[in-house]
Unconditional design. Structure first.
Length: 401
């Protein structure tokens, strides 16, 4: 996975990085951050990664220590837990990487109250409303000096593309005064190998072509009518597989509405949390990848949470995973930049939220080899994770050498 980066091992260091990230899914479902950890740990850095119980996974990485400090992702509880952890143990850290806002708050307190005046970086995983970055009420006295401290303590930030960089500057200018790196939410390496994993796991006839949607099977992400839009294809050789996670009743509603499709094995829904290896095999089984998202209300797009979705861009994990496995994509043309992206990359087709999805799938099917060849060239040259992350790793090394 790290072939071609063996020179990183030549950088021998005992430098210790503290990494802060608080979310509500297993850490393996955040490869954007996990792959960066793989790269910097290969450089010799020791990493202490503070997570919560919901993020616990069976991943083991050399030089990386995963420590759960909270039993859930509740922000205030996690924040208090990382404060307690940092100020109660005797470990000395050389750098702090914040991948959630609690890390920035901790960095603020370290600067003010600890003798260990460590510097740090911000790894943007999501974009939020400006108000989300404000400290709890008991920390509001520190808000006025928040910007000044982060300006001089955060050496660099990482964001997925240029449009999201502009939004980051709008919501959190405190971390944008210094260097900003653009790093797409892509994957280490590229494969054009195909797999029978999904066929064998779900009992799908191998003569069928799998349309794969991988990711959040939730109301915010997917329209309840989505399978209905694809219904003309179910009389042909296509099968729709929805694989991912759900934190609401959306899957229950889907299963009720489309029970006939499920019974006929035209629609398969799986909420099993797959290992990184099995997830890759699943995607390699796909004929076409549906990097699809729900159409957004115009008023919602005006909010920062709406913009976080509308300007999904190169932060889309499903889109990048499909491309890393040489799977042509269907994307929504009503999300900013996706129409231009498929024109430039020739990786698939951008569709409206109507019957054009079926037309787009048939267009790809008729030219499948051409699309696969274009994806391979574009992904390797423009998107592959290690080549985009390498300048960041080198810069980090120069800061803590």
């Amino acid at each position: 996975m790290l072939e071609g980066l063996n020179f990183l091992k030549e950088f021998s260091t005992k430098k210790h990085i503290l990494l802060i990230f608080n979310e509500n899914r297993p850490i393996s479902s955040y490869p954007y951050l996990l792959n960066f950890i793989r790269l910097i740990s290969a450089s010799g850095f020791k990493i202490t990664f503070l997570i919560n119980d919901l993020m616990i996974d069976n991943i083991e990485l050399g030089n990386v220590e995963f420590i759960s400090v909270s039993d859930d992702a509740y922000r205030k509880k996690y924040f208090k837990s990382i404060i307690s952890y940092f100020f109660s143990n005797q470990k000395q850290y050389d750098y702090i990487i914040s991948a959630s806002i609690e890390g920035l708050w901790l960095h603020l307190l370290i600067t003010l109250f600890s003798s260990n005046k460590i510097r740090g970086a911000y790894f943007s995983m999501e974009l939020f409303e400006t108000s989300d970055f404000r400290p709890p009420k008991w920390l509001k006295i520190l808000w006025r000096i928040f910007h000044w401290i982060l300006k001089y303590r955060v050496d660099f930030s990482v964001i997925q593309d240029k449009n999201r960089e502009l939004l980051l500057k709008e919501t959190l200018p405190e971390v944008c005064d210094n260097k900003i790196f653009l790093l797409p939410n892509s994957y280490l390496g590229f494969t054009n190998e195909k797999s029978n994993f999904a066929y064998e796991k779900f009992g799908i006839d191998k003569s069928k072509k799998i349309l794969l949607y991988a990711g959040a099977i939730e109301e915010w992400a997917l329209d309840i009518n989505f399978p209905k839009l694809l219904s003309p294809l179910f009389n042909e050789d296509y099968v729709l597989v929805l694989s991912g996670f759900s934190r609401d009743n959306f899957v229950k509603n889907l299963s009720k509405i489309y029970s006939d499709l499920i019974q006929r094995k035209k629609l398969l829904i799986s909420l099993e949390i797959l290992s990184e290896k099995d997830f890759t095999e699943l995607v390699k089984s796909a004929y076409i990848g549906l990097a699809w998202y729900k159409q957004l209300d115009s008023e919602y797009i005006k909010t920062m949470r709406g913009k976080n979705v509308y300007y999904m861009g190169m932060s889309s994990g499903k889109l990048m995973k499909y491309l890393s496995c040489d799977v042509p994509i269907i994307v929504p043309n009503f999300y900013f930049g996706y129409s231009d992206f498929v024109k430039t990359s020739n990786a698939g087709v951008a569709c409206s939220h109507d019957a054009s999805i079926v037309d787009g799938i048939r267009k790809i099917d008729a030219n499948i080899l051409k699309y696969r060849k274009s994806i391979e060239t574009y992904y390797i040259n423009k998107l592959e994770y290690s080549q985009n992350a390498l300048p960041i790793v080198e810069y980090l090394i120069s800061l803590v050498r």
